[in-house]
Design a protein around this ligand. Structure first.
Ligand code: ATP
Length: 246
């Protein structure tokens, strides 16, 4: 589904992402974990097309997408949900989901809004996405009224509204309480049956509950990759990420 070869990005003297190889198989949930400053945000921005790599290549379903822009990648089926909230708070939940689907429908600007508002297909697609995350009853509510957990669910719905083949989720557990985290785990367990998912995440409990494969990023490099048990047992991972006592 996704293959990354030799991806590198430098900011001045800092190698934020260095020679990263990654292979994400279809219908798997592949988690990328790593400590603060490991390069996760830089990696995900390159995968989604917000940041151009200095070197390396990204293949999506066999096609080299390295030079494509974010909305072009979205149209091919690669959708990103954002760590930093992308929600427009004065709009309704449904309007947010409809706006998020714009790149998939050939537009990427507010000029398309008036046409979109009357587009039944766009509305149906957005409602389906809201239903998948359990927010259909909040469709008419202003997004600012949603709880933090519901806003995170809306972000996932906004990625789903693009009808993607691959979901790129950037820290969907950030700032969630225990109950909201449990709900998000249930949601992603459901979604992982239907979508290939790349999950960038700090929350180790969530990663261990969900991932088929884990890649560990430290100082811009992938230092280990494999199933959950292999990652837990890996001495380099324990030292570099979980701490000596883990
Ligand atoms: P966190 O978990 O704290 O969000 P991260 O794993 O996402 O961290 P990045 O944000 O990708 O890590 O940062 C990787 C390194 O690159 C860090 O040392 C960071 O300071 C540096 N960096 C990231 N973006 C820039 C930038 N635009 N300019 C300069 N340095 C940057």
């Amino acid at each position: 589904m996704l293959r990354v070869e030799n991806l590198s990005k430098q900011f001045g003297g800092i190698h934020a992402v260095r020679d990263v190889d990654l292979q994400v198989e279809a219908e798997q949930l592949h988690a990328v974990i790593g400590p603060n400053g490991a390069g996760k945000t830089t990696l995900v921005a390159q995968l989604a097309g917000q940041l151009q790599p200095d070197r390396g290549a990204i293949y999506f379903r066999g096609r080299n997408i390295t030079k494509l822009r974010a909305h072009q990648r979205a149209r091919l089926g690669l959708a990103r949900s954002f760590q930093i909230t992308n929600i427009i708070l004065p709009l309704t939940t449904l309007e947010n989901a409809m706006l998020a689907a714009l790149p998939a429908r050939g537009g990427h600007g507010f000029g398309f809004w008036s046409a979109l508002a009357d587009d039944d297909a766009a509305r149906a697609c957005a409602m389906n996405a809201l239903a998948e995350v359990g927010l259909e009853s909040r469709a008419g509510d202003i997004a600012a009224r949603l709880s933090h957990g519901e806003q995170r669910q809306l972000e996932v719905a906004m990625a789903l509204a693009l009808q993607p083949k691959l979901l790129l989720l950037d820290e969907p557990f950030a700032g969630l309480g225990a109950q909201e985290s449990a709900a998000m785990i249930q949601l992603l367990k459901r979604l992982k049956r239907a979508f290939t998912i790349v999950l960038i995440e700090h929350d180790m409990d969530a990663v261990f509950a969900l991932a088929d494969v884990v890649s560990v990023l430290v100082n811009g490099r992938i230092i280990a990759g494999g199933g959950i048990d292999a990652i837990r047992a890996n001495a380099d991972v324990q030292r570099a990420y979980l701490g000596e006592s883990a």
